[in-house]
Design a protein around this ligand. Structure first.
Ligand SMILES: [Zn+2]
Length: 243
């Protein structure tokens, strides 16, 4: 993909994948299939039996093992020359800057609104592009944030959505195909970004309705004036310069 003679896996800075569950598992498989890396993945949880139908990166022998370790092992089988680093940890306020500063691009594959806003805030502060992904009920969403240039999560929501709503959707167990599609889209955004191309969802939110209507919609998101990310200011001055 790169035009300067280096293959993707010779790049030094990794793509950071935060979470190796419903979104992270399909994202990791797509990245490994494209030999796009290096990869750095972080997840605190063990593989559970209930994960196996939806998170096909794992097998029965992985039950009880940390997802980060089991996923890294599977990726090594699929793409043996792809450098993969795994951390059994939860991204939190103490370690987020350290992990995100190392990355070229970040995939938010968490299912926790607080973690999504932490990723947003640290990526904005450090100037790292990232792709947000979320599944609410039968609807999946994805949006790529180019810090200071396109709308961030706080432009969109201001505050984290109700955690009970997201928790009930997680329990519903019907989000597999939607999460698989969103996770794969997030991998595509990462591939574009590290290849020097503009991510397709930069400044646009994609909503995938997994219910009977099955609609896919892409809508531009305006940066919110007053948001600390500063994207509204830079969009205004770009518009003024064009006039
Ligand atoms: Zn913002």
């Amino acid at each position: 993909m790169a035009s300067h003679g280096k293959t993707d896996i010779e790049r030094k800075s990794p793509i950071l994948v935060v979470g190796a569950g419903g979104l992270g598992a399909p994202a990791l498989l797509a990245l490994a299939g494209a030999k796009c890396g290096p990869l750095l993945l972080i997840d605190p949880d063990p593989v559970e039996l209930s994960n196996l139908p939806r998170q096909t990166i794992y097998g029965e022998a992985d039950i009880g093992k940390p997802k980060a370790i089991a996923a890294a092992r599977r990726l090594a089988e699929l793409a043996h020359d792809l450098p993969v680093e795994a951390a059994v940890a939860r991204l939190d306020e103490r370690n987020a800057s350290r992990y995100i500063a190392r990355a070229d691009f970040v995939i938010d594959a968490t299912d926790d609104p607080a973690a999504k806003f932490l990723i947003n805030d640290v990526c904005v502060a450090l100037g790292r592009p990232f792709v947000y992904g979320g599944v609410l009920g039968l609807t999946g969403q994805a949006m790529t944030v180019m810090p200071g240039e396109t709308a961030c999560l706080r432009c969109l929501f201001e505050t984290p959505p109700d955690i009970e709503e997201t928790a009930s959707c997680r329990d519903a167990g019907i989000i597999g195909p939607v999460a698989g599609a969103i996770g794969t889209l997030q991998a595509c955004e990462a591939m574009r970004a590290v290849a020097g191309l503009r991510p397709a969802l930069a400044g646009n939110i994609l909503a995938l309705d997994g219910s009977r209507t099955g609609r896919i919609r892409i809508a531009p998101i305006a940066a919110r004036p007053g948001c600390a990310c500063g994207a509204a200011r830079s969009q205004l001055s770009a518009a003024q310069a064009a006039n």
